[in-house]
Design a protein around this ligand. Structure first.
Ligand code: CA
Length: 230
C-alpha cells in the first residue's frame, strides 16, 4: 500500500520539524509548508490525504485558508486538522464551523496526534478499519472485543463496547440521544431514549474505576460528547 500523504502547514520551524519526524515514523509521507501561500502552491504538486494546519500563521491565518479551501469543490472533502495554541471553546466551535475535521490543542503528544490523524483518515475512508482503534491511552480491539486503558482491560457489555467504538471514532462532537440510537443501535431497533442514559451511566461507572468517568460528558439539553479534552 502506498503511503498516505499529509500536508503540514506550520510556521514554527521546530514544531514543523517535529511534526515531519513524527509523521515519518508513523509511516506517512509528509510535505511541509511554512505558510498558507506555500501550502497553496504545494497543492498544485501533491494532492494530500489530510492537512495538518496551524491556526496562527503569518499572513493568511490557518483558519481563513481552511475556510477558503473548503469552498472549492475539489478540496471540500479534504480532511483538515487544526493545530492551535488556543483552547477556548469558542475557537473550537469556529474551527468546526469552517469545516475542520478535528482540532488539536498544543502542546500535544505525538501519540495523540497520530491517533487523531488515523481517526480522521478512517472516518473519511482513506484508512481501512484496522482491528484496533487507539485514542489517547484507550485501545479498542474490534476483533477480540476488548477495551483497555493502557494495559488494563475493562469489562464492558457488547452494547457498551459498541457505544465506545462509536465514541472513540467520533470524539469531541456532541450527539443527541436519538443520533446515538441511530448510530449505535441502528434505525430499525426500537429503544427508548432513556435506555441510552442507562448505558452511559454504566459506561461511566466502568471508566470511573480508572478515574476516567469524565471522558463521557453530558451536554445539557442536547446529549453526550466523548472527549479526551477537558
Ligand atoms: Ca503558528
Amino acid at each position: 500500500m502506498s503511503k498516505l500523504n499529509i500536508l503540514v502547514v506550520e510556521d514554527e520551524e521546530a514544531i514543523r520539524g517535529m511534526l515531519m519526524m513524527v509523521l515519518d515514523q508513523a509511516g506517512f509521507s509528509a510535505v511541509a509548508a511554512a505558510d498558507a501561500e506555500e501550502a497553496q502552491k504545494s497543492l498544485d504538486e501533491v494532492f494530500p490525504d489530510l492537512i495538518l494546519l496551524d491556526w496562527m500563521l503569518p499572513g493568511i491565518s490557518g483558519v481563513e485558508w481552511a475556510r477558503r479551501l473548503k469552498k472549492e469543490a475539489i478540496f471540500k472533502e479534504l480532511p483538515i486538522i487544526l493545530l492551535t495554541a488556543r483552547g477556548e471553546e469558542e475557537d473550537k466551535v469556529k474551527g468546526f464551523e469552517i469545516g475542520a475535521d478535528d482540532y488539536i490543542t498544543k502542546p500535544f503528544s505525538p501519540k495523540e496526534l497520530i491517533a487523531r490523524i488515523r481517526a480522521v483518515l478512517r472516518r473519511s475512508g482513506k484508512l481501512q478499519d484496522s482491528a484496533q482503534i487507539n485514542l489517547g491511552d484507550l485501545i479498542l480491539d474490534t476483533e477480540k472485543h476488548r477495551l483497555s486503558i493502557g494495559d488494563k482491560q475493562l469489562e464492558v457489555s457488547p452494547t457498551e463496547f459498541r457505544l465506545m467504538q462509536f465514541f472513540m471514532t467520533h470524539p469531541d462532537k456532541v450527539y443527541s440521544r436519538s443520533q446515538l440510537l441511530d448510530q449505535v443501535w441502528g434505525r430499525s431497533v426500537y429503544i427508548e431514549e432513556r435506555t441510552i442514559d442507562v448505558h452511559i451511566r454504566r459506561l461511566r461507572k466502568i471508566l470511573g474505576e480508572y478515574g476516567r468517568e469524565d471522558l463521557v460528558q453530558t451536554v445539557r439539553g442536547f446529549g453526550y460528547r466523548f472527549s479526551l479534552l477537558d
